[in-house]
Design a protein around this ligand. Structure first.
Ligand code: SF4
Ligand code: SF4
Length: 100
């Protein structure tokens, strides 16, 4: 029950962040993006459920679409394994592999 309440609260927060993330992306102001650590990911799917931009798909492990990610950080804050972190879009361009 507690987990359901937490997920519902996080979903509301994700919805709030969606507008902000879309605005940043549209303005080309994305300064950071999420990268997953496949060695730590357990494939629980929480990040996929929470990402306001639908940038994460979990197939055994989390796969993050660098082109869609706006760097809001909600996946980083809520991953129970600490398996996602943010990187600078300047030092780590979105081209190439989508994940580390
Ligand atoms: S929340 Fe963390 S552990 Fe769960 S699927 Fe996403 S990256 Fe993996
Ligand atoms: S930081 Fe995470 S939750 Fe936010 S847009 Fe990128 S992948 Fe989605």
């Amino acid at each position: 029950m507690k987990l359901k309440v937490k997920v519902a609260a996080l979903q509301r927060r994700a919805a709030d962040l969606q507008e902000q993330a879309e605005r940043l992306g549209a303005a080309g102001q994305v300064k950071q993006r999420a990268v997953s650590d496949r060695s730590r990911c357990t494939g629980c799917g929480l990040c996929e459920e929470l990402c306001p931009l639908g940038a994460i798909r979990v197939t055994y492990v989390a796969n993050i679409d660098a082109e869609r990610c706006a760097g809001c950080g909600i996946c980083v804050e809520n991953c129970p394994q600490g398996a996602i972190h943010l990187v600078s879009t300047e030092t780590t361009p979105a081209t190439g592999p989508k994940n580390a």
